[in-house]
Design a binder for this molecule. Sequence first.
Ligand SMILES: Cc1cc2nc3c(=O)[nH]c(=O)nc-3n(C[C@H](O)[C@H](O)[C@H](O)COP(=O)(O)OP(=O)(O)OC[C@H]3O[C@@H](n4cnc5c(N)ncnc54)[C@H](O)[C@@H]3O)c2cc1C
Length: 466
Amino acid sequence: MNDHYQTIIIGGGLSGLTVAHKLRLQKPHHRFVVIEKSGRTGGVIATHRNQGYTAEIGPHGFLDNCPESRQILAETGLDRESLQAPLIDFVRYVYLHGRLNLIPQTPKKILMAPLIPWQAKLRVLAELWQPVLGGEPTVAKWVAHRFGKALLPYVDAVYTGTYAGDYDRLTIDSVMPGLRALEKEHGSVLRGALQRLRAKRQEKSVKTPFRMPAMTSFPEGMARLPARLAENLAPGRDLLLDTAVTAVHSAGSGWQVETDKGMLQASQVVVALPINAALRLLAALDPAMPEKSVPEAQLATVVLGFADTVKLPPGFGFLTPECEQRFALGALFSSNMFPGRAPAGHIVFETLVGGRRHPERVELDDRTLTRKAFEDVRQILGIAMEPAYSTVLRPWGGIPQLERNYPGLLAWRRRFLAAHPHLHICGFGWEGIGMNDMMKQATRVAEELLAPGRREEVAEIKGVYF
Ligand SMILES: Cc1cc2nc3c(=O)[nH]c(=O)nc-3n(C[C@H](O)[C@H](O)[C@H](O)COP(=O)(O)OP(=O)(O)OC[C@H]3O[C@@H](n4cnc5c(N)ncnc54)[C@H](O)[C@@H]3O)c2cc1C
C-alpha cells in the first residue's frame, strides 16, 4: 500500500463519512479515502435490534434545527424515511423532590409553571444587573451567579441529559460559548438575547413564527444514517476498514499517513476523530500542544421491555439531577418517541447509567447493572411486574467533557491549523459533542477542501432543549 490521494480522511464515524459524502457529491473525481480503525463505519452511532426490540447503543437522535444536517438528509434521501418526534408534543420530566416534575416545552409555559418559587423567578430577572464573572467558571457557578441557585437542579438535568456530565466541572465558556459572548458583550444574557431578538425582528419584514424542533431518527434506528452515508464508498478503494492510522508526517506540501498496513500519501488530510484520538495523533507534530487529553464520560444503557399493561407517562422520558442520589441518570421512553421500538403488545424504555460522576457503575457486570437500574426506575415509574426483555448496551466510546482549559485547546487548534493549511480537524468533542455539531463542522471542512481557505468558526447561541 503506497498510494497517493488528493484527500485522506482519518475516521469513519459520522464526521469522516459526512466529509466523504460531500466530496463525492460535489467533486465526483476527487480522489479520497476514508481510513477506519475498526471493522465497521459509524463510530459511536450503533443500533441494537433483537427480538423485535430496537434500542440505541449511542445517540438516540438529533434535532432538526440545523441547516447542515437537514441538507445531508435531503441529499441522501433520508428525509423521506426519517421519523420525527416534535418536542412540542413530547414533554420531559425532571425527577426532583421525590417525584417526576413535568417540564413544559415552551419558554412562556416554563415561566408560568410552578417549578421554582416566585421569589426565585424574580431572581432570574435580576440577571440583568449581575456583574460579569471573570475566569473560566463552571456551569454551576455561573448559573448560580447569574440566575440564582433555584435553577441548579434543572441545569444539572440538562447537562446530565446532553453530556452525561458534571456541571461542577463543565465550564460555561466551553459548553455555551455563544451565551458567554452575549453576557460579555451586553453585560447580561437576558439583555443581549432581547436585543438580538429585536434586531432579528427588524431584519425580517415577514414574521416567522417560533417553531420547536423535532427529534429525528429512522425506523431501523440511528445506525441507518452512517450506513446510508457509507453506502457509496467502495471498500478497498474509498474506504479502508480495519486500518489504524498510527502517525501523520508533513511531507513537502502534502502529508504522509502511516497506518498499521503501510504508508499512504495525500495532498490534504482530514483528522475526523474524537478529540482524544486526534490529540494522540497530532501530539508528535506540535510539542506546544497545551493539553494531551480531555476527560470522557462513560455510559451504559439498560434496555427494559415490558408487556404493554405497563403504562409509561406521556413524553420523552426523565432525567435525575445528582442531588436526588439515584442510581440511574434517567430514562428515555423509546416506545413513546418512535413507533416500532418494541414487539406488538410490548413497550420499551432505555435507562442511562454512569456518566462523568459515576464511572464505577459502568464497570458493574450486566446482571448487577440491570438489577440496580431496574430497582431504581421501577420505583419512580411505579412498575409492579418483571421485565419481559432486558439487555445492557455499552457504547463504542465515551463522551468528551468540555471542562477547564478547553477554550485554550480550541485556541491551540486555530494556531495549529493556521500553521498547517493542508490539514483539517473535525470530530467528536471539537466545537461541541452533538451530531448536529459534527455534521456542521464536517460540512465546513468539506467546503475548505473544495475551495481552499479557512472558514471561520462562529460561536452560535444554542437553544437549551432536553
Ligand atoms: C453514548 C452516546 C450517546 C450520544 N447521544 C447523542 C444524542 O442523543 N444526540 C446527539 O446529537 N449526539 C449524541 N452523541 C454524540 C454523537 O454520537 C457524536 O457527536 C458523533 O457520533 C461523533 O461522530 P464522529 O465521527 O465525530 O466520532 P466517532 O463516532 O467517535 O467516530 C470516529 C471514528 O474514528 C475511528 N478511529 C479512531 N482512531 C482511529 C485511528 N487512529 N485510525 C483510524 N480510525 C480511527 C473510530 O474507530 C471511529 O469509528 C452521543 C454519543 C455517545 C457516545
